[in-house]
Ligand binder design. Structure first.
Ligand code: OOG
Ligand code: NI
Length: 468
């Protein structure tokens, strides 16, 4: 009886909540970050009535403090294959392919997230999921050893696997199965203070790359950060030190603007945590740094044209100003970023007319009332208030920003560049599916909104000439 199934949206929300609880207990500093974000969000909302009204209308006000994303790093193709099936239970699909080897991080990644508008509105939680590229370890013996260690571990509980299969077979989970699934799935993301390797093996893995040690040495792919949404990322960044939290030197992504674009992110440095290593002569203690906290602020999704300009402007700033590991030149970087991004228009209307960004169109009550006497030029419909447009929010990640977050948490000293091609085919083969194209998803949502609006205005078939 399909009616008895819990919706995938609800399973995702229950899982997000359970993971957030677990992470707060595991990483107390993350709790302090959440408090700071809550405080700044409340101040912004008190000052900006327009914004708070808009969020309330969109039903976003109650969800403002809910985490927006997390990240894990997997070790094998089989682990990736199963995580796709696990996330499918929560209505999340693989969107986008990110090759981070170009930035010296030996992984390739995707984003698991809900794709349709209704699901995104309920809970847009996503997980940045990376797969280690063992082929990038140069030392053959170490590579074989790492592969053997990974082949021995089981990161999913047998019951989690059984419930994934049940979901696939029956097409859903009941209320009781859902509660069990959330608890069992959470086990995969839990922190383990005991390594599966000796201190000596850990050191060799660490010397190959700190990320390799993080993926290979443990029982599972511990969630390495969770990321709430902030309404003023610059202010949270500024206040972190007051709470004893050390932020990374610069905010990743675009500069502060009137019209937010894409994604801005910053994180606090990973914690040094005690670890027990196994060994022939018993356990030895050491430390490992992996887990951190991050915040994000999202803006409009850019079209291919907008994204190309974004990438070019960002690359030009990064080519000019290199921020040091200790934050030297961070001020110059921010100033230069703001200056160069003046090349991208900063009004919703220009971003739309010039085809830089994606928008959601809707017929206004005035437009519907004036049916039959409407101008047939879409720009005129907008100018006269018969058709409105709102930014479609960017739901994905940015590879340059992600590399910056990775590096900040691995210690910025490790900047080797792998001379290798990206390997999307191998990633999709491991995944057991194609990754979805994020630009196509935004374009579909924009086109569907326009069709619907035109239908309401009885102007079907009309196209906006400036729509990308
Ligand atoms: C993932 C880093 C990337 C983001 O928000 O871009 C990331 C990781 O460290 O595993 O989370
Ligand atoms: Ni992140």
């Amino acid at each position: 009886m399909p009616g008895a199934f819990v919706s995938t949206d609800r399973i995702r929300s229950l899982f997000t909540e359970a993971m957030s609880q677990m992470y707060r207990t595991e990483v107390p500093q993350y709790g302090s970050l959440i408090e700071l974000v809550g405080e700044v969000n409340a101040e912004v909302l008190a000052k900006d009535q327009g914004l708070s009204e808009r969020l309330r209308r969109a039903g976003e006000l109650e969800r403002i403090d809910v985490e927006r994303h997390g990240a894990i790093r997997l070790g094998t193709a089989e682990e990736l294959f199963t995580i796709r099936r696990l996330f499918a239970v929560m209505g999340m699909q693989s969107v986008g392919y990110y090759d981070l080897s170009v930035a010296g991080v030996p992984v390739h990644s995707t984003c698991f997230r809900p794709v349709d508008e209704a699901a995104l509105n309920v809970n847009p939680f996503r997980v940045f999921t990376s797969l280690l590229r063992l082929e990038l370890i140069e030392d053959e013996e170490l590579r074989a050893e790492a592969a053997a260690i990974l082949a021995r571990r089981r990161i999913y509980t047998p019951r989690a696997i059984a419930l994934i299969e049940q979901h696939e077979k029956a097409g859903g989970l009941t209320e009781a199965e859902t509660a069990e699934f959330v608890a069992e799935a959470l086990e995969t993301f839990r922190w383990h203070g005991e390594a599966t390797v000796s201190a000596e093996t850990y050191k060799r893995l660490q010397d190959a790359h700190r990320l390799i040690a993080d993926v290979v040495s443990f029982k599972g792919p511990h969630i390495n950060h969770l990321t709430p949404r902030t309404l003023d990322i610059d202010e949270v960044q500024r206040r972190m030190p007051e709470r004893g939290i050390t932020p990374k030197a610069v905010i990743e992504g675009p500069p502060r603007r009137n019209c937010d674009i894409l994604l801005r992110q910053t994180s606090f440095k990973a914690l040094e945590e005690p670890i027990a290593f196994t060994g022939e002569a018993g356990t030895t203690s050491g430390t490992h740094t992996a887990r951190f906290g991050e915040i994000e602020q999202r803006g409009v999704a850019l079209t291919a044209k907008g994204r190309a300009l974004y990438d070019r402007l960002l690359a030009s700033v990064r080519g000019e100003v290199q921020v040091g590991a200790s934050g030297a030149k961070a001020g110059d970087y921010d100033a230069e970023l703001a200056e160069r991004f003046k090349a991208l228009p900063d009004s919703w209307d220009e971003l739309r007319r010039e085809g830089f960004a994606f928008f959601h169109y809707s017929a206004t009550p005035e437009g519907i009332a004036a049916k039959g006497q409407l101008p047939s030029d879409p720009d005129a419909l907008i100018a006269r208030g018969y058709l409105r447009f709102d930014p479609i929010i960017y739901e994905d990640f940015l590879p340059v920003s992600a590399a910056g977050i990775f590096q900040s948490n691995l210690g910025t000293d490790q900047q080797q560049n792998y001379a290798t091609r990206s390997n999307r085919d191998a990633f999709e083969e491991a995944l057991g599916a194609k990754v979805r194209d994020e630009l196509a998803l935004y374009a579909e949502r924009q086109a569907a909104s326009l069709d619907m609006a035109m239908e309401k205005l009885c102007l079907s078939g009309l196209k906006l000439k400036t729509v990308a």
